[in-house]
Design a protein around this ligand. Structure first.
Ligand code: HEM
Length: 93
């Protein structure tokens, strides 16, 4: 779901980055890699994601799950919802 470098400001002539494209079916989820080239920035990325998601949740007006419970992966190792659609009425400042 996340792409490193997407939020970096580019040259002023470039249009702002748009939403992430949907992941093609069958393509594995983006992670931090493993082994000797495991992502060295993963602690910072996790901290940033935590701060961003906390602020997003604070700003959503009346957030609610579109599907409750959401559809879960059929995988005992990689657990979690396949997607988590959230509806909301507006954004608070
Ligand atoms: C959501 C955010 C991020 C994701 C999903 C991500 C993902 C990855 C992945 C998959 C790799 C391994 C690439 C490979 O196997 O060759 C990697 C490597 C790396 N990442 Fe990240 N990354 C993120 C954020 C960051 C940040 C914030 C930094 C630095 C501040 C960073 C610095 C690096 C570096 C230096 C490597 C190379 C490590 C090596 O080759 O030994 N990454 N990242």
């Amino acid at each position: 779901m996340a792409r490193p470098g997407l939020g970096e400001p580019g040259p002023p002539s470039l249009p702002p980055a748009g939403p992430l494209p949907p992941r093609p079916p069958g393509q594995p989820a983006l992670g931090f890699g493993s082994g000797i080239h495991n992502c060295i920035g993963s602690p910072l990325a996790r901290l940033e994601a935590q701060a961003a998601l906390t602020e997003l949740v604070r700003r959503l007006d009346n957030p609610r799950l579109v599907e409750d419970p959401p559809p879960y992966r059929r995988n005992a190792v990689l657990r979690g919802p396949r997607h988590l659609a959230v509806a909301y009425d507006g954004l608070k400042r």
